[in-house]
Design a protein around this ligand. Structure first.
Ligand SMILES: Nc1nc2c(ncn2[C@@H]2O[C@H](COP(=O)(O)OP(=O)(O)OP(=O)(O)O)[C@@H](O)[C@H]2O)c(=O)[nH]1
Length: 351
């Protein structure tokens, strides 16, 4: 399903070699658990093997551990819950309501049309009766019939107007629901940032704009340091809270023109259109220091989980850049920040 060029299916950017490797792992696993290799199940196990969908992996581990039978209902439930999020449900609902609305409008128009045609025939017959008619009582009867017909037609037209007004209101509600579903489809549920596919789409759009105009565009890739340790020491829930906290911090430091996204598990990204590299570095530094400044505390307790830090890589758009090359340079800068001791911001290498 596509709305405004946005697909509701996840996107994968793994190489052919990686895909082949996943396949070598997926098929024996599905076969071991006697799971049908239909497209839905395959998508579920693909996500499981690539391991970026922690919730799915936990639930699937539990199900496989209990040797639960993989019914088509269970597959559909997992697929909707972890792969295609709630947008499908909202869109199905909107689609259904829209069809109802179209049918109702069609019926109302048909009824009005039929009544108008019948009235036209009546009026033609009545006008024939009036031609050269000198009989006053008869003329009176015909005129009374014409007045009644006109009144009926006016009522039909009023009913149609009311029906169309109601439909217009319903249509406005549907438009709002659609806008909401569109937002949900672009948003990462945990952090409220843009999700990966919306990020890819936005970056593509900005690259096209920046190719045509000589203005600067920067990309930040942010990765939480030793995040596995946070999960291992304080639990996955706490890890999720740290992700949410970091995302909120990012939101506080960027402007309304910047787009912050959850790029992967514990990796985030910010697209900064119309921003020179030194300004992007300055904002990255502010995000880094405000996170590293204070140890994070467990909610409702004085216990500290220590300082959480991030490493950030920054790249700036060059005229021959593709989406991949721009991301790669920011990624490489981020890995240099990690290699250099973490908790720092690094710009791409000068070319
Ligand atoms: N809580 C939580 N953890 C996640 C999520 N997505 C990914 N992770 C975890 O993030 C961790 C990433 O670990 P690594 O890639 O090994 O890197 P790291 O421990 O952050 O270490 P460095 O990046 O080298 O500093 C893994 O343990 C993943 O399970 C999520 O949505 N929630």
């Amino acid at each position: 399903m596509i709305i405004d060029g946005l697909t509701f299916l996840p996107t994968y950017d793994d190489t052919l070699e990686q895909n082949a490797e996943y396949l070598r792992q997926i098929l024996p696993l599905m076969s071991k658990h006697k799971i049908a290799t239909d497209p839905l199940n395959f998508a579920i196990f693909y996500e499981y093997i690539i391991g970026r969908n922690i919730g799915l992996n936990n639930e699937l581990d539990a199900l496989l551990g209990k040797q639960v039978v993989f019914t088509s209902e269970l597959s559909a439930k997992l697929f909707k819950k972890y792969i295609c999020d709630t947008s499908i449900d909202s869109l199905e609902k909107i689609n259904h309501l829209l069809l109802q609305l179209i049918n109702k409008t069609g019926e109302a128009l048909d009824t009005t049309g039929e009544k108008a045609s019948a009235a036209t025939i009546d009026f033609q017959n009545q006008s024939k009766k009036l031609e050269n008619n000198q009989d006053l009582p008869e003329i009176k009867i015909v005129l009374t019939e014409i007045i009644a017909g006109t009144k009926g037609l006016a009522e039909t037209s009023m009913t149609l107007q009311t029906q169309l007004d109601d439909n217009k209101k319903e249509m406005q509600l549907l438009r709002q629901e659609l806008a909401h579903a569109r937002e949900t489809a672009k948003t990462d549920a945990l952090t409220g940032l843009l999700n990966r596919r919306a990020f890819d789409q936005k970056l593509n759009e900005y690259i096209e704009i920046h190719k045509q105009n000589d203005v600067e565009l920067c990309l930040l890739i942010l990765d939480i340091d030793h995040f596995k340790q946070v999960n291992d020491t304080f639990g996955h829930q706490m890890g999720d809270n740290v992700l949410r906290y970091t995302a909120n911090l990012m939101k506080q430091h960027i402007t309304e023109h910047h787009c912050a996204a959850r790029y992967g598990g514990e990796e985030m990204a910010i697209i900064m259109p119309n921003t020179p590299l030194n300004k992007a570095m300055e904002i990255a530094e502010k995000i880094r220091t405000s996170l590293a400044q204070h140890p994070l505390k467990l909610k409702g307790s004085k216990k500290s989980i220590g300082k959480v830090t991030i490493s950030i890589g920054v790249s700036s758009f060059k005229i021959n850049d593709s989406i991949e090359s721009l991301i790669e340079r920011a990624d490489m800068a981020m890995y240099r920040a990690k290699d250099n001791g973490r908790n720092q911001v690094m710009a791409e290498n000068a070319i």
